[in-house]
Design a binder for this molecule. Sequence first.
Ligand SMILES: [Zn+2]
Length: 246
Amino acid sequence: MKKRDRRRKVIATPVKPARRWRWTALLVAIFIVIAAVALGRSTRHAYSVLEMQCAWSNDFQQVFDQELLLNKYPIFEIQDRYNSTLQLIYQRYGSTLAINMVTAYCRASTEVLCGNYFTNGHPTVDIIIPKLLDICKDEQRKNPSGWRERMRFVLVIGFMHELDHLAFGTIAKEGDKPEPLDQLVNEEANVWALTCENTLAPLIEKYKVQLTAGEYTYYNEWLKAGRDKNSQSWRSFIRWAYRRTR
Ligand SMILES: [Zn+2]
C-alpha cells in the first residue's frame, strides 16, 4: 500500500548502526501530530500521542531495536529475508532505509497498516500506529491469550511486505497520485506472492506460530492459487482484499 499525504515532524534522529549495508538501516522515529479530518470509510479511534508512544515502546519497539536491526530476530528465515531485501533496497535506491512510526491514519483508508515510498533521499516504510492499535484491540477482544505475540507477527509481516515492495515492486515517490485499482491489484498480487512465500510460509509451515485471521487468509488463498501469482483466484482475492483502498 502507499499513501502520502501527511505533514510530519521528525523528533528523533536516525540511528546509524555499523559500517556495512546490513548495519546501515536508519531507524527514524517520527511521531506526527495531525488534526486529521476523517476521510476514511471505517471507524477511526482517537488515540493520544502518549498512548501510541507507550504502546509502541512497550509492545513493538524491541522487534526493531533489539532484534531485526541487530541481526538478532529469533526466526532465521525472517532475519535472513530482512538482510537480503535490505541489501537489494540499498543497491536499488543508493541510500539507507528509513522507518517512520506515524500517529495518524492513512488519509486514503483506515485499513492501511503500513506503506512504502521514496522520499527525502530514502526508501521509507511507514507504520500506521492507530491502525496497529485497532488491530490490537480487535485481537484482545477475540482472543486475549497471546495477543501481543500475534500482534508482533502482524507488524513483522506488514513490515517485511513493505520491504518486498521496495526491493521488487514499483518505485513510488511521496506525492505520487495513488495508482488506479487495476494497477494496485497487479502490484499487490506480485508483492504479496513474495511475502507469502518468504515470510508467511516459514512462520506457518516451519515454526507453526499463531497468527491473526488476516494472515491465515492471505496464506490460505496463496495455497489455493497453487502458489501462482498469475492465477485468476489469487488476483481475485487481492482485488477483494484491496477493495476499500480506492
Ligand atoms: Zn502491499
